[in-house]
Design a protein around this ligand. Structure first.
Ligand code: SF4
Ligand SMILES: [Zn+2]
Length: 312
């Protein structure tokens, strides 16, 4: 099992990010809990690196050295909102934990709240262990409603401890209970093919079990992320046979099975999934099918390909 030091030692270089400019922002569309498509302004804030050092994480690549300076987040939000069209939902993703005070200074909360008052939903990322009174106070001051996106990753009892996430299922359950009791929505990030789980059938099975667990905890939507290499340690684990990238077929299968649970919304992360592709003939159409399923929350017919009889 690798600890934070060993994980950090294997990292490639960080990107240089500007504390006054978000490292990325975009508008996307997602269905809400009633299936109505909502436009979402997503801002990827440049902020302090997350204090946790999860094995599979590559979000540190676009983070600042040291604490986020005061007012920087406000400048970043202004920069993005000046250039983005109107939307009904906003995601403020900071490659870490929104309620980590060194990442998003609490002195900036009033300014943030002022800037996002027109949004009916505000989605932030946060570790389960950092879900406390600050979430409630922040939600109380919003015009809209807060949703906290939490990395659950996997409920596999041998794999979760090895992810160095410092998270137990009890921590997740407690966070969910706390947020639900305060009327705060939740979404869960769930991995397909985390490190240390290499059999395809098992991977599909545990991803679905994890989605089921999240829904049982009261999570409103699950976002399934195909675990990717690229952070240094993942390449090492791949060479050692402890990590296998998922297949596109597996991603399609978990998406269908998770939608069939009919317990809440399910999304799959289609950002940068070219590494899953084994066939250039059908990849584009299959990716498009996943995107349509994200939007419509129903299963579309599988794509057939003349280059291979069975999907791979
Ligand atoms: S808690 Fe999230 S941001 Fe922090 S290291 Fe883990 S996966 Fe990355
Ligand atoms: Zn094909």
């Amino acid at each position: 099992m690798l600890d934070s030091n060993e994980i950090e030692k294997l990292r490639p270089q960080k990107n240089i990010v500007n504390p006054d400019i978000p490292f990325h922002f975009l508008q996307e569309v997602e269905p809400d809990q009633d299936g109505i498509l909502q436009s979402i302004n997503t801002i990827f804030l440049s902020s302090k690196e997350c204090a946790f050092k999860c094995l599979m994480c590559d979000l540190w690549k676009n983070t600042l050295e040291g604490s986020t300076p005061q007012v920087a987040i406000l400048k970043q939000i202004d920069h993005a909102l000046d250039l983005l069209p109107e939307a009904s939902v906003i995601k403020l993703y900071n490659s870490g934990n929104f309620f980590d005070q060194k990442s998003i200074p609490p002195s900036d909360y009033p300014g943030i709240i002022k800037r996002i008052r027109s949004y009916k939903k505000v989605i932030v990322e946060n570790h389960a262990k950092l879900c406390g009174q600050a979430c409630v106070d922040f939600n109380d001051q919003l015009n809209g409603k807060l949703e906290v996106a939490i990395g659950l990753e996997t409920i596999h009892p041998d794999v979760l401890p090895k992810l160095n996430k410092q998270l137990s299922l009890e921590d997740f359950k407690l966070a969910a209970k706390f947020l639900n009791s305060h009327g705060i929505d939740m979404r869960a990030f769930i991995l397909l093919n985390p490190p240390y789980l290499t059999d395809e059938k098992e991977n599909i099975e545990w991803t679905i079990k994890t989605v089921q667990f999240a829904f049982d905890c009261g999570v409103g939507c699950c976002s399934i992320i195909p675990t990717r290499p690229g952070n240094g340690v993942m390449e090492k684990l791949q060479q050692q046979g402890f990590y296998v990238p998922p297949s596109l077929n597996a991603l399609e299968e978990v998406f269908e099975k998770a939608l069939n649970l009919r317990q809440g919304r399910v999304f799959v992360d289609t950002w940068n999934i070219d590494f899953l592709s084994k066939c250039s003939h059908c990849f584009k159409a299959r990716k498009h099918r996943l995107e349509q399923m994200n939007l419509m929350q129903r299963i579309y017919p599988q794509i057939t390909c003349s280059s291979h009889p069975i999907q791979s």
